[in-house]
Design a protein around this ligand. Sequence first.
Ligand SMILES: [Zn+2]
Length: 313
Amino acid sequence: MGRRCRPASLRKELYHRVLELRGMGLSYREIQRRIFKEFGENLSKSIISGWIRRVHTPYGDGLGYDVWDLRRHRLRPCPELAYAIGAALGDGYTKYEGKYHYAVALAVKDYDFAEEFGRCAAIALGREKPYKPYWDRSKRRWVARAYSRELYELLRKPVDFERIRPYVEHCEKCVATFLRGLADAEGDVDKNENNFGRISIANTDRQLMEYALALLKALGIFARLYKRRKRETENIEGRVVKRERQFIYLLRIYRNSDILRFREVIGFAIKRKQEVLDELHRRTIARRACRPPKPSPPSTLLFPTFHTLTLRK
Ligand SMILES: [Zn+2]
């Protein structure tokens, strides 16, 4: 039997149904059967496989076969991937190095940060050995680079947050490690003389900071978002010129209970940051021990609506 070309509208319909069925966890063979049952169309496994792997689509925006980058379809949601995404969005950059080398890189002061990024990116990409950081003399930074076209496309700017969400919001653990990556990149802890502290996360990308704010909230951590003008000084022909060109968005966590919860569920991979956080934690515990504990109110008083709802039922 010769090859028959299905009309475009039908192909699109089949395509979406195939992706849907795959999303439900069906195998190629099961998808084939279901499509035949529902549409009376006999789709070959190679078409199904091509659509699922986005090698081609009825819209003509397929990615083609990846001969060179075998890691391309290996991105799987896991806490390590979420960490790498958070770190890269905060402090990283993407670079096409030519010859099919798609790099997602991090150039940072802390060796343990670069190391953790390399370890997590390798796990996320199904690589046996971690990407080892090296010292870049001109940048005066530790650089860790992960190679994957898929990760590169995911993190290339401008970032499409809708594409990142399934990986970040995969589970609570993934949300937490994403925020840890971001906090390792852009976060800081400081404490004043009274040892009351705060955690700040700063970035110029408003969308990223709003997203982080929402994720913190989902983990039960209250933060505030501020907008500040970022001052830049520039040296033009020997003159120092002050420029105020960009806004910086600042996330701050103030409340003790929120800081403690941040430490409990997120924390830092960078040792020097984690140590300040631990110190803050010790002081808070010591201060609390000096005061008599507050009696906690019964939970029904905290959630009166919930209580009435269950009663009505
Ligand atoms: Zn997860």
